[in-house]
Design a protein around this ligand. Structure first.
Ligand SMILES: [Fe+2]
Length: 268
């Protein structure tokens, strides 16, 4: 089978068999996968198995009750297990019918299926899988507080102060119409941080921005714990859940691609 005309990578992908399609058999942790890339090799050794699944449901980096009392276990079970899991299952079913997308990493799949603003059917599920993986890792038990070091300095530079950033982020969450996401992104071209709202599944990768943080503003994210009180949910996220550790690590990686100032070259 030839590789996709769209995607060139995919080396981090591993095959899954029909066993993996059963939710009860889902592994606790695994990487994104694309069965077709290694199907031939796999089938040489496992003639009886047919590889059908492509991407896996990745677990949050903490137990499902670890964000209590700010985000309940019941919400995590429903939001991660059912909604996020549902996007993974739906995406895998779509990909089983589309050879052209063979070999894509999830990030490539999102960019390709966004199709310059004319999304292909696979886009919503692919983006929602990525958005949720990123969201779980944007929170941590004992989160909140504020960032330090370079990320704090950049926030102060681009928003005036951390307090101002915080207010703008929460304001964006409350002004988002319908379902969608609020993001802190590093804009590659403009070389500054920005708060971005996106509708439905859209994420900033499609504009080549680098996501640093996101907040799920779909009703399924907050309704069980906060009913329609979006303000309380957004404030609790910022005060008790947000992982500035994750955001700072992402910012450090992002700076490998975006030069935010004159380099400080050590003097010998
Ligand atoms: Fe969600």
């Amino acid at each position: 089978m030839s590789r996709s005309a769209f995607c060139s990578s995919g080396s981090n992908l591993v095959p899954k068999t029909t066993e993996a399609l059963n939710p009860l058999n889902r592994p606790k942790k695994h990487h994104y996968l694309n069965g077709r890339q290694r199907t031939n090799l796999y089938q040489k050794n496992h003639r009886a198995s047919k590889v059908l699944a492509y991407y896996g449901l990745r677990s949050p980096p903490y137990k499902l009750d670890a964000l209590e009392p700010y985000m309940s276990q019941r919400t995590l079970e429903m939001h991660w297990g059912e909604h996020h899991g549902g996007y993974v299952d739906a995406l895998n079913k779509q990909l089983a019918k589309n050879d052209l997308l063979y070999g894509c990493t999830l990030e490539e799949l999102i960019k390709v299926t966004y199709n310059n603003g004319n999304p292909l059917p696979e886009f919503n599920n692919a983006a929602q899988v990525w958005n949720h993986d990123f969201f779980w890792e944007s929170m941590q038990p004992g989160g909140g507080s504020s960032p330090i070091l370079g990320l704090l300095q950049q926030i102060e530079k681009d928003f005036g102060s951390f307090t101002n950033f915080r207010e703008k982020f929460i304001d964006a969450a409350l002004k988002l119409f319908g379902s969608g996401w609020v993001w802190l992104v590093l804009k590659r071209e403009e070389k500054h941080l920005a708060i971005v709202k996106t509708s439905n599944a859209v994420n900033p990768l499609v504009w080549n921005d680098i996501p640093i943080l996101n907040l799920d503003m779909w009703e399924h994210a907050y309704y069980l714990d906060y009913k329609n009180d979006k303000a309380k949910y957004a404030n609790v996220f910022m005060n008790h859940l947000v992982s500035w550790n994750a955001a700072m690590a992402r910012m450090a990686r992002a700076q490998a691609f975006v030069n935010l100032g004159e380099p400080k070259i050590p003097v010998a």
